[in-house]
Design a protein around this ligand. Structure first.
Ligand SMILES: *Cc1c(COP(=O)(O)O)cnc(C)c1O
Length: 421
């Protein structure tokens, strides 16, 4: 590692305008290098205080009175804050359910709206859960639609041109992950949205790996629908509720496939006839998860404070630095870069391929206290969360990756897959 001295990493950290945010997260083990913020973000310190308040005051003390003291508005109020990160207007984002369930709701609603069109278009880099639930949407929607999965040519880059060519007058819905979960490839939001609209299709973006690291304006791009999770770069905590976005002028034109009392106009009248609210809350179903939903706010507040453009700047610097070091030092040791090298086409994570990826991953965790994640069959994914990842951590990770292979350290680990990777 003496070709690129660690001093360059130290200098980058010293001049990092977002450096002070790291101190706002709980870092109980300073030696741990956590590169999994794209799977489960670190915990903001203020979340611990808020959690205590939620349990001991709002729940234990205020009991049912708390519903009138903020709980009922929470899905809209936090939804609006998430809206600031993804360029949505107030009233266009709701915190609710999980990403997969929101995808079911919005995709079903889209198909019902798009009468006479039978095709749903996606790609084979999409998150498997998204593909599964689209199958459910079709099955429970009467089985009259087909899912067309456009393949990536190299398993790294999304088939953007092939998707645009596949859009036709029979396409009801195009749905994609804006940033793909394995390679981090990121679609051109504007261009693909425009192409979908030109064909008369609706577009539904999954923003799970993009929100909080990529600047976007759903409103000015004319996006119809979007979903995403809050426990990755938004640092909302394990299993925290997801969010859904519906463009304002579409809100009254679509209906909720899982109607429930939280979406009912005057819900406390307990009318038996379902009459949906006039705003986006019609997409709600049952009682919100108050505790974990409320805990989404501290992470989102921090991202708003840091500013999405500053965050993106550092994200690009981090991933560029990782890729440059990898190209210089890791390619000779059998690693391959399995993410786009063009930063305009990349989210905030980078994948490396290696035929010994599983055992290298185990050695990283066990020997070096570095946590990335392994994605079968031969991918190691490194997530760089700009608010707490340092350049020195990037440097140390590349250095460890090199040593693990060059010194055969991985060979003592078994080839058996652990349950959670
Ligand atoms: C993480 C992720 C999800 C998560 O879905 P859940 O229903 O919240 O488990 C969905 N889609 C994508 C693209 C993801 O990256």
């Amino acid at each position: 590692m003496n070709k690129i001295p660690i001093q360059s990493a130290i200098d980058l950290d010293t001049s990092d305008p977002l450096g002070h945010f790291r101190d706002q997260f709980v870092i109980s083990d300073p030696e741990l290098i956590y590169l999994d913020g794209n799977s489960l973000g670190r915990m903001p310190k203020t979340a611990a205080q808020l959690g205590n308040d939620l349990i001991n005051q709002q729940w234990a003390d205020r009991l049912i009175r708390s519903w009138g003291e903020g709980w009922l508005e929470m899905p809209v109020q936090i939804g609006d804050k998430i809206g600031k990160l993804i360029g949505a207007n107030p009233g266009e984002v709701l915190l609710a359910d999980s990403t997969t369930i929101n995808l079911f709701k919005l995709a079903s609603a889209a198909l019902q709206h798009q009468t006479g069109r039978s095709k749903i278009l996606t790609d084979d880099l999409n998150f498997p859960s998204d593909i599964y639930v689209l199958g459910s949407v079709i099955e429970h929607g009467g089985g009259n639609h087909q899912l067309v999965i456009v393949p990536s040519e190299d398993d790294v880059h999304g088939p953007e041109e092939a998707i645009i060519s596949a859009l036709d007058e029979d396409t009801a819905l195009l749905t994609l992950s804006l940033t793909t979960f394995k390679s981090g490839f990121t679609y051109d939001l504007d261009k693909v949205t425009r192409a979908a609209h030109a064909a008369g299709a609706l577009i539904l973006w999954d923003l799970s790996h993009s929100a909080g690291v990529i600047p976007m304006s759903l409103t000015s791009s004319g996006v119809d629908l979007a979903v995403g999770c809050t426990y990755k770069y938004l640092n909302g905590g394990p299993g925290a509720p997801a969010y859904l976005f519906v463009r304002e002028d579409l809100q009254q034109k679509i209906s909720n496939p899982i109607a429930g009392w939280m979406g009912q106009r005057n819900m406390f009248d307990f009318e038996l006839a379902y009459l949906p609210t006039k705003d986006l809350s019609r997409m709600l179903t049952g009682t919100p998860s108050v505790i974990s939903g409320s805990l989404v706010e501290p992470g989102v507040d921090m991202l708003i404070e840091a500013g999405i453009n500053e965050i993106r700047k550092k994200s690009v610097q981090l991933t560029n630095y990782f890729i440059e070091l990898s190209q210089a030092l890791l390619l000779p040791s059998g690693y391959r870069i399995k993410s786009p090298t063009d930063s305009d086409r990349r989210g905030s994570h980078v994948s490396l391929g290696h035929e010994e990826a599983l055992r290298i991953n185990k050695a990283l965790i066990d020997r070096f206290k570095i946590i990335p994640d392994f994605r079968a069959p031969d991918n190691i994914r490194f997530g760089f969360a700009p608010l707490y990842t340092t350049f020195v951590e990037v440097y140390q990770t590349v250095s460890a990756l090199k040593e693990i292979v060059d010194s055969d350290l991985y060979k003592i680990y078994s080839q058996k897959k652990p349950v959670v990777t």
